[in-house]
Design a protein around this ligand. Structure first.
Ligand code: PXL
Length: 276
């Protein structure tokens, strides 16, 4: 059985990060080891959330695992608690990664043109160093702009999106998977493979609603599919179809915009996609 390590926070309420990654990647039939970067009462879109970072645990955990000879097929990072964790996560991956292991980085730090509340303007530069070591980086357009020092635009065309993902790849990431790419009436995912210089787009019908945590559902479903042995293109399609289904079945539930979509009810659909 494949085993991955995912490194992101536990938001105790508000479905995102590890409370999504654990069930979704496990449903893909992939063992999911975790390192929590922090424990929060809720995700940071709620007011007055509490947060206890686990900075001092990351490297001791890595050392213990190294001593035990533990290995992972892939590393998948998400929301970090602060800029100082970037170096620790880079050190952890350097210490545990073997040549064939994949490094998947979701620079979960911003959306809709704005950084999440816990981060200051210096954070994207630090996160960019982690993204530089990625086999696959999974930003939204806000994150892609912040990581590359590109001015964010609410509206943009395909050329703008292509330039930003190329810039991000030039900083080191081998493949860029831009989520929530929206231009020319189209909505979906843009993939850029820096090795071939090729683009692959997967468009969907845009559902006019904003739900928190869907980026984490996409990244987790993508990571599960890829680790299971699907190609990047297949994994993008599976993750996008699963995320869209989660939104569709949740769309009328009051409060779901903040608490997160009912991804649990669509897990059988995700497994069906994986088995096709
Ligand atoms: O879904 C991204 C995310 C993860 N973790 C925490 C967050 C957010 C987005 O706001 O606040 C704590």
């Amino acid at each position: 059985m494949k085993r991955i390590l995912t490194i992101q926070d536990i938001s105790c309420v508000g479905k995102c990060s590890l409370t999504v990654a654990l069930p979704v990647i496990s449903a893909a039939g992939v063992e999911t080891a975790i390192i929590p970067t922090a424990v929060l009462s809720t995700h940071t879109m709620f007011k007055n959330f509490t947060c206890k970072d686990l900075d001092d645990q990351i490297l001791p955990i890595a050392k213990h695992w190294k001593d035990e000879g533990l290995t992972f097929d892939a590393f998948y990072t998400g929301y970090l608690a602060n800029a100082a964790q970037v170096d620790k996560v880079i050190m952890l991956i350097d210490s545990l990664k073997q040549d064939t292991n994949l490094v998947i980085i979701d620079p979960a730090m911003a959306d809709n043109g704005r950084l999440y509340p816990a981060f200051d303007s210096g954070f994207p530069k630090e996160m960019a160093r982690l993204c530089a070591m990625a086999d696959i980086v999974l930003p939204n357009i806000t994150e892609a702009c912040l990581l590359t020092g590109t001015e964010y635009r609410d509206e943009y065309d395909e050329g703008f999106a292509k330039d930003v993902v190329k810039k991000l790849a030039a900083q080191g990431a081998k493949t860029v998977v831009l989520t929530g790419a929206a231009f020319g009436g189209k909505y979906g995912v843009m993939v850029y493979d820096s090795k071939t210089g090729g683009f692959f787009n997967y468009y969907q019908q845009k559902i006019d609603a904003v739900f928190h945590g869907t980026g984490d559902i996409f990244s987790s479903a993508f990571t599960g599919a890829l680790t299971r042995g699907k190609s990047i293109e297949q994994s993008v399609k599976i993750a996008a179809d699963y995320t869209a289904e989660c939104i569709r079945i949740t769309n009328n539930t009051p409060g779901a915009n903040w608490y997160g979509v009912e991804f649990e009810r669509a897990i059988p659909y995700y497994i069906k996609l994986l088995e096709e």
